[in-house]
Design a binder for this molecule. Structure first.
Ligand code: 5AD
Ligand code: SF4
Length: 427
């Protein structure tokens, strides 16, 4: 989401005549687009700001701005302790950027705007995308789910959806600019609701935009993944056979305390249903360990779901208390060493599942969208399968943005290796 928001900000700055530079020390204006999701993300911002402060000492006219989710929580800290920060703007205030920059140049006063909006979706602003294969297209902003561990509803505000026509227009423009893949983005994509049009209908509208070769979306909430959505995914060839389905925890007691609104049983049934509707679909997940009150037995439920579902991959996190969220008030916080042990266990288990899942691909011919040159070997491409697996293979005269049939010959680590199976261009 921040990559996508940064592209919006770039559009605004470009319109005002600013240009992008390569390294921070060349810049007259430096923005940090921030994330508050875990403490680690915030720590990174603090250290980056420290470094930018040193640059500003060498170049005192440099303007430093803090954008995005940390704007609100940092507002006071910044005004009191970080006087070198000139501009603080929350995620709904980017439109004000040109005006604020202009004003700052005139009076050099610091400017702060962290108001959240019920309406802002930046519908008419086309992001300034980098070359590549994938175009992020934001379809909704904010979140009303209020999972008790999560800061997003506070930093990004209420849910609101962008118009279907704004979204399809942007997808079409991305196609014209050469992008092959569209990833629909939102904190909670399947809460999408624009004048009664829900996510499955939107997805099918995007699938019909001429020239869109691949569509992904992230992230859905398991509670709202329904048969209508799976039907749409099954119907359109260009919607990828892949779902990111955040589990968070396996224990019903913890899920309830997290306010996740589904049970372990529901989640497992849903994963089975997805595989039923979409054979071979890749399923990835997010898992939090060490949520307040998580007992050894609760944790074993998470392990149990992992063993039953066999995720293709997982993003795993230690619970990180976020000020202002409900879970920080629970008085049974888990010790760091317990969190660390649990994290190591889920990482190891996931590695073994990923390996098993990947080994099953050996011998398959997969359609791979070529994304970039392999870092290890200049004569190889890397790209992703429909189900979101990375594959490395010989270049064989093909190019970035081609979709090619690749025979999977080997599964190594988390990556598949293969060779082009036929010298024809796949659709
Ligand atoms: N601590 C740890 N992980 C978190 N996430 C969100 N909030 C927290 C937190 N306080 C994770 C969830 C979410 C992903 C984007 O980040 O797993 O799905
Ligand atoms: Fe946070 Fe996602 Fe829950 Fe919304 S649904 S509160 S973004 S974890």
């Amino acid at each position: 989401m921040n990559v996508s928001d940064t592209e919006l900000v770039e559009t605004l700055l470009k319109k005002q005549g600013h240009q992008k530079v390569i390294t921070p020390d060349e810049a007259d204006i430096l923005f940090v687009n921030t994330c508050s999701i875990r403490e680690h993300a915030e720590d990174k911002v603090h250290s980056l700001l420290g470094r930018y402060n040193l640059l500003k000492r060498k170049n005192p006219s440099m303007i430093i701005g803090v954008l995005g989710c940390m704007a609100q929580s940092l507002k006071h800290d910044i005004l009191e302790n970080k006087s070198y920060v000139d501009i603080v703007l929350g995620p709904d205030s980017y439109r004000r950027l040109p005006e604020i920059l202009e004003r700052h140049q005139a009076d050099e006063k610091s400017a702060v705007d962290t108001k959240l909006s019920k309406y802002e979706v930046y519908d008419d602003l086309f992001p300034n995308r980098k070359d590549g294969v994938n175009a992020w297209v934001t379809i909704m902003r904010g979140c009303d789910k209020f999972c008790t561990f999560c800061i997003v509803p506070f930093t990004r505000g209420r849910e609101r959806s962008r118009s279907v026509s704004g979204i399809t227009k942007e997808a079409s423009k991305a196609v014209d600019q050469g992008f092959s893949e569209i990833t629909l983005l939102g904190q909670n994509v399947n809460s999408y609701d624009f004048e009664g049009i829900k996510f499955p209908e939107l997805l099918s509208a995007v699938a019909q935009v001429p020239g869109v070769r691949r569509i992904r979306y992230t992230s859905p909430h398991p509670q709202d993944v329904n048969e209508e959505l799976l039907e749409v995914m099954r119907k359109y060839e260009n919607i990828c056979n892949y779902i990111h389905l955040p589990l968070q925890a396996g224990s019903n007691r913890i899920l309830k305390r997290m306010n996740r609104t589904y049970t372990k049983e529901h989640f497992i049934q849903l994963a089975l249903k997805i595989r039923d509707y979409l054979p071979g679909a890749g399923i990835s997940t997010d898992i939090i360990v060490g949520f307040p009150g998580e007992s050894d037995d609760d944790f074993e439920d998470t392990i149990d779901v992992m063993n039953q579902v066999n995720f293709d991959s997982a993003y795993t996190f230690k619970y990180s208390p976020r000020k202002g969220t409900k879970a920080t008030e629970y008085d049974d916080q888990i010790e760091e060493s317990v969190k660390q042990n649990r994290l190591s266990r889920v990482i190891d288990l996931q590695k073994s599942h990923t390996l098993l899942k990947n080994e099953a691909y050996v011998g398959n011919i997969e359609k791979v969208l070529i994304e970039k040159q392999s870092k290890r070997n200049k004569s190889n491409w890397t790209g992703r399968t429909d189900s979101n697996k990375w594959v490395v293979f010989d270049k064989s005269g093909y190019d970035i943005n081609d979709i090619v049939p690749v025979l999977i010959t080997e599964s190594r680590g988390i990556t598949l290796h293969g060779k082009i199976s036929k010298k024809i261009r796949a659709a």
